[in-house]
Write a protein of this length. Structure first.
Length: 536
């Protein structure tokens, strides 16, 4: 069963090996294992629902607890410490666009705030119940998950928006296709969620971000139904897909999505290349990205992330042998690992990998074959479970990400890590910070930093620590000319930083757009734009 206060299935445990634990203890100190609040106890805190009766609305406490929060660190703190101050008043599970329309009419009539709920994997507070006089209904889309149409000639597939990643891929695979969208949250996130948060999958270099995969959609808004038609390309004025992408549930509820699919690749390979230092590695990946070689993935870890991954991998002897070999080839302390993925016809894959390896070779890259890349592929959705095990050992793991142009990438990486470490230095606490470039473009790259630090066991204290680290790293992103999010979206946690990026005219344009579709301001208030903005 899905864990209510952490990541994934509660029968899956992925322990941190003893060496990795000692490594962490040596860097940031011994963790303080935490006792979690019991689900029963939290259910008892759920207040009486303020919702009028509706046949689709369920007000039972367990369902409301399960739909209260997402997966950000502050969400975890609230769930683990049992400190949830606001719950939705009910949950609805629509099965058709007609059900969604009926819920919108009900919400409009009774002035109820609606929070569309996909898979609940948001890491930026998209699902938070803000707490006001207005009752709140969570609309869980998971029952709208069918493949509704498959046009093989145009390579388009239409799904109910609540379809989860594995189900979507299984339905396509049965016909020989893939969407190729694999965010790390793939197992528990949904197509509708991907669209409205502008998600990016690990193999976006081949398949594109969700922006490129989205062909059309059906959205039920308080003002009526919006059908966004599919065209291979169009010069007919503004592109309505762009209004939906990144709308974070503020425009309406997406009920159907049509996506561009690709025939399943005949061949897929993941290779690993080590570089002696960051500068050589960054120059190599920039050249590869700008060379448009037809790869599916490039993922470059900095030295600390490389060391952390090797330690977490276990297999001491094998890693020891690998490190001796790398040392002989000039990659010692400071080495950085690059994973290279390629998918397609065998000849395409061979050609793309060969060209990439030629370029890495020109920048002192040492190719070590496919084993490490294949291991990464096998564990790519399992590694997330480490967040649970780290928590049990008394450590918090948080991530912050951005994207910026190539000339800013290295400074951005160093500034983000430093900002996170400085934020904790006031308490004399150490932060284990490391970074990778997760998505690479000709113009620049996403910069994705992870911060591991100790929990104190006190909710207020841990929340204040998170707030301080998040603010410091976000300020560093803005100061260094990055976007406040490359792939996680805005939600409530990034909303204060949006104006720095869009400008006041841009923000008021968004405000007016949402008001057009949602005149009463009932759709996911307080996310993306502060609540009062929409009502102006
Ligand atoms: C461990 C982990 C790893 C992650 N890795 C990645 C990654 O690699 N790439 C990436 O892009 N993101 C990643 N994320 C972030 C998250 O998975 C994405 O933001 C995802 O797109 C959210 O989808 P969801 O279905 O879970 O949406 P939810 O979290 O349920 O909702 C997110 C927002 O979308 C709205 N929404 C959801 N469905 C609909 C709908 N049908 N109509 C209207 N609004 C809707 C909600 O109201 C909310 O505002 C990760 C998160 C975690 C926890």
């Amino acid at each position: 069963m899905r864990r209510w206060n952490g990541w994934g299935d509660d029968s899956i445990h992925y322990a941190i090996n003893a060496d990795a634990l000692s490594f962490l203890q040596a860097r940031i100190g011994q963790g303080l294992p935490q006792a979690d609040a019991a689900l029963d106890h939290v259910c008892q805190q759920v207040p009486e629902s303020r919702l009028p009766v509706h046949p689709l609305v369920d007000t039972d406490a367990l369902g409301r607890v399960r739909h209260t929060l997402g997966q950000s660190l502050p969400d975890w703190l609230k769930m683990r410490f049992g400190k949830i101050s606001h719950f939705p008043d009910g949950v609805a599970y629509p099965e058709s666009a007609g059900d969604v329309r009926s819920l919108l009419d009900y919400a409009t009539l009774h002035n109820i705030a609606l929070i569309p709920y996909g898979g609940g994997t948001s890491v930026v507070g998209h699902l938070a119940v803000t707490g006001s006089e207005q009752p709140v209904l969570s609309v869980d889309m998971s029952r709208m998950s069918q493949l509704l149409n498959l046009d093989k000639e145009a390579q388009l597939a239409t799904f109910g928006a609540g379809v989860f990643g594995p189900d979507l891929e299984a339905q396509l695979r049965a016909h020989g296709y893939t969407l190729g969208h694999f965010p790390q949250s793939f197992e528990y996130s949904t197509l509708g969620g991907w669209v409205v948060t502008r998600s990016s999958g690990q193999q976006s270099l081949r398949y594109g971000r969700i922006e490129q995969l989205l062909a059309g959609a059906r959205v039920e808004t308080p003002a009526g139904r919006l059908d966004i038609q599919t065209f291979p390309a169009s010069a007919a004025g503004l592109d309505l897909r762009e209004m939906l992408l990144g709308s974070e549930g503020r425009m309406g509820i997406v009920t159907e999505v049509t996506v561009r699919i690709t025939a399943l690749p005949a061949c897929e390979e993941f290779h690993a290349v080590f570089f002696p230092d960051w500068d050589a590695a960054q120059t190599a990946v920039r050249s590869i990205a700008q060379g448009k070689l037809g790869l599916s993935m490039l993922r470059l870890s900095n030295a600390t992330e490389t060391l952390t991954s090797l330690t977490l991998a276990g297999h001491n002897k094998l890693i020891g042998l690998l490190e001796s070999y790398l040392r002989l080839r000039g990659c010692d302390e400071g080495k950085c690992v690059l994973l290279i993925g390629a998918s397609g016809e065998k000849s395409q894959v061979r050609h793309a990998v060969k060209s990439a390896l030629k370029m890495t070779g020109q920048h002192q890259g040492v190719h070590i074959g496919k084993t490490m890349g294949e291991k990464w592929k096998q564990g790519r959705f399992r590694n997330v479970y480490l967040r649970n095990s780290a928590w049990q050992q008394g450590y918090a793991i948080d991530t912050v990400e951005t994207a910026c142009d190539w000339p800013k990438v290295k400074t951005m990486m160093l500034s983000m890590e430093q900002a996170g470490q400085n934020a904790m230095a006031t308490e004399n606490e150490q932060v284990h910070a490391y970074t990778h470039l997760s998505h690479l473009y000709g113009q620049g790259a996403s910069v994705y930093s992870t911060f591991v630090y100790r929990l104190t066991g006190d909710y207020e204290h841990d929340y204040a620590r998170w707030r301080r680290l998040k603010s410091a790293v976000s300020a560093a992103i803005v100061a260094n000319g990055g976007t406040i999010s490359h792939q996680h979206g805005v939600g409530s946690d990034h909303a204060p930083y949006l104006e720095a990026e869009k400008g006041s005219l841009g923000i008021s344009g968004m405000r007016h757009l949402f008001k057009h579709f949602d005149p009463q301001g009932i759709m996911n208030p307080g996310k993306l734009l502060p609540v009062e903005d929409v009502k102006q």
